[in-house]
Write a protein that binds this ligand. Structure first.
Ligand code: TXA
Ligand code: MG
Length: 329
């Protein structure tokens, strides 16, 4: 199968509609990462998404809809606080998990009785979803366990020959996946951290829990138990306090003839000025936006990435550090 990368316009939208309506998959941009979308009502199309990615069959998908879509068609209970959250953060990088109406394919939620719904803010994503006027089930558009894609080229690098069409909407501005929020209880609970933080949610609705996986407990967001976001090269992560040790290690590797690259934020860069640098940027937003791009760049230039955790660990950095730790094993 030939894989086309096309800008989002009348022709590519018409093509994407014909692909989706015959049960195929289309990669599309969002403000977080690129998604690999299929018609959520179509069982075979949803299963095909798992096959294309090599995704474990017990890791449920998020359904994406346009801003005008009536979600009461898909979910059975919409707590009042979700309306406040929708008003504050949607369209945007917040996915809310509701009790499902079981209208979409059972393969979407992998047998769970809940459904995750997201309304992305990316203009191209909205155009695509509006043009189709269907709920689109979409995981990130990478091979399972690899780094999530933040450009159309990243999608192409992973899924070339496996998807017909990648809609190109430029580099994703957010850079890490959406916050996944369980909204089935009286108090919302963050299952996956992202750009909409637990604090931001609590400010709107008064209270917000953060899920911590306990030993022996059934995981509430199955994606959390898998290795993720890993570049195809060796990696090692140092804590901020150990940044001098990290720099020594990087130099030692270079002296051994390794293609070592140093990944850190701009502040740490200015302390050490390493030659082979994967600079994540100045603040938490920049670091989130650059992380996957730099991991993907790293695997093409380095045989080992030596990374240092930024000093700041709260707010958006909770989500960033969660990905960094998973990527660096
Ligand atoms: O930003 C994003 O969320 C991107 C873009 C494409 O929208 N999508 C994304 O999808 O990251 P994916 O499949 O890579 O991650 C979906 C996460 C997984 O951790 C999964 O376990 C969780 O959402 N999830 C999906 N449905 C769920 C449900 N019903 N209950 C709990 N967790 C759910
Ligand atoms: Mg993913």
């Amino acid at each position: 199968m030939e894989t086309k990368i096309l800008p989002i316009d009348k022709d590519s939208l018409a093509l994407s509609k014909s692909i989706i309506e015959r049960g195929g998959a289309v990669a599309f941009p969002t403000e977080t990462v690129y998604g690999l979308g299929a018609n959520a009502f179509d069982d075979a199309a949803v299963r095909n998404i798992f096959a294309i990615k090599g995704r474990p069959s017990d890791n449920p998908l998020i359904v994406h809809v346009h801003a005008g879509y009536d979600i009461t068609k898909l979910v059975s209970r919409i707590p009042e606080y979700t309306k406040l959250l929708a008003k504050a953060f949607l369209p945007g990088p917040l996915t809310m998990v509701y009790e499902s109406h079981n209208k979409v394919s059972a393969a979407v939620s992998c047998g769970l009785d809940t459904l995750a719904i997201r309304v992305p803010s990316h203009g191209g994503a909205q155009q695509f979803l509006k043009y189709l006027d269907l709920p689109i089930a979409a995981p990130s558009a990478n091979i399972s366990k690899h780094v999530s894609p933040v450009t159309a080229q990243h999608v192409y690098d992973d899924l070339k020959g496996r998807v017909e069409l990648v809609l190109d909407g430029g580099k994703c501005s957010g850079g890490i996946e959406s916050t996944v929020l369980d909204c089935t209880g009286d108090i919302p609970c963050v299952l996956r951290s992202g750009l909409v933080t637990a604090d931001m949610i609590a400010q709107v609705v008064g209270e917000c829990h953060e899920y911590v996986m306990k030993e022996g407990e059934k995981v509430r967001s199955p994606g959390m138990k898998y290795k993720h976001y890993s570049p195809n090269c060796q990696t090692v992560l140092f804590e901020y306090a150990e940044r001098s040790k990290a720099f020594e290690e990087y130099n030692k590797l270079l002296n051994e003839g390794r293609r070592a690259y140093f990944m850190c934020d701009d502040g740490i860069f200015k302390e050490f000025h390493p030659q082979n640098i994967l600079n994540l940027g100045k603040d938490e937003r920049q670091i989130a936006a650059n992380l996957y791009d730099k991991l993907r760049e790293g695997e093409t230039v380095a045989d080992i990435i030596v990374a240092v955790a930024p000093e700041k660990q709260d707010g958006v950095m909770v989500g960033v550090m969660n990905r960094m730790r998973k990527a660096f094993g």
